[in-house]
Design a protein around this ligand. Structure first.
Ligand SMILES: C[S@@+](CC[C@H](N)C(=O)[O-])C[C@H]1O[C@@H](n2cnc3c(N)ncnc32)[C@H](O)[C@@H]1O
Length: 219
């Protein structure tokens, strides 16, 4: 008979590979963006986390999405797909690097999402603060030291019943090192404890890749 215990010690990379194998096929453009990330070492969220973002955005019927720290548009593509299938709306793509923003425009146009995505070449926390909400879903993938500052603005912009998704909750393992006092680790720790301590949030960390926080803004 099947039984599970902590001592079964599943191998983390086996779990990640298995989840990847189970994904449905993706459009060629998305696969090309994944290939680009492998070649350049650019830290995209990857297909398993992307699919989870897409699933959540579809589940809550998200039509207004704000993405913080968008890179060349890989995570944006998953949100844009959901918004398109939810009947249309807007995904804000925000990155402070113009070259990445321009690359994203090309990829997202090829994917057919030109009408959905709005581009900002700017600092993400300030941009969220100056963009009228409320948003159905906010995704945060900026510099980790800025996660606490971002949360305060997110709380003003996310609608009750909306979802916050945050990447890199494990910080490549740094989060498990109690002696790690870096600004990034402090940022992730503060975000985690604020979400867990607040009755306004119902949060879970999902062990996909580098840890994805899924936090529901309780209505
Ligand atoms: C981890 S990458 C984004 C990957 C993207 N979410 C994806 O999965 O395709 C983060 C990007 O956001 C930029 N960034 C970091 N902090 C930022 C901030 N506060 N405002 C704007 N861009 C920021 C970084 O320079 C980098 O290009």
């Amino acid at each position: 008979m099947y039984s599970w215990s902590m001592s079964s010690a599943l191998n983390f990379s086996d779990v990640q590979s298995y989840m990847l194998e189970q994904l449905p096929e993706r459009p060629d453009e998305l696969s090309a963006m994944e290939q680009q990330a492998r070649e350049t070492g650019f830290p995209i969220i990857g297909p398993v986390a992307g699919n989870m973002c897409y699933q959540i955005a579809r589940m809550i019927g998200a039509r207004k999405v704000f993405e913080m720290g968008s890179g060349y548009g890989y995570s944006t593509a998953w949100f844009a797909r959901a918004v398109h299938e939810n009947g249309g709306g807007t995904v804000h793509h925000v990155v402070w690097d113009a070259e990445l923003s321009n690359k994203a425009r090309v990829h997202l146009r090829r994917l057919g999402y030109a009408e959905i995505v709005q581009y900002h070449v700017a600092e993400a926390v300030k941009t969220l603060g100056s963009t009228p909400g409320p948003f159905d879903l906010i995704f945060n993938d900026i510099d980790k030291a800025a996660y606490p500052e971002a949360l305060s603005v997110i709380e003003q912009r996310l609608r009750p019943g909306g979802m916050l998704i945050v990447d890199n909750m494990f910080l490549g393992g740094g989060i498990f090192e109690s002696s790690d006092r870096s600004a990034s680790t402090a940022g992730v720790r503060e975000l985690t404890s604020r979400i867990n301590a607040s009755q306004d949030w119902i949060g879970s960390i999902v062990p996909i890749r580098d840890g994805l926080l899924l936090a529901y803004r309780a209505p």
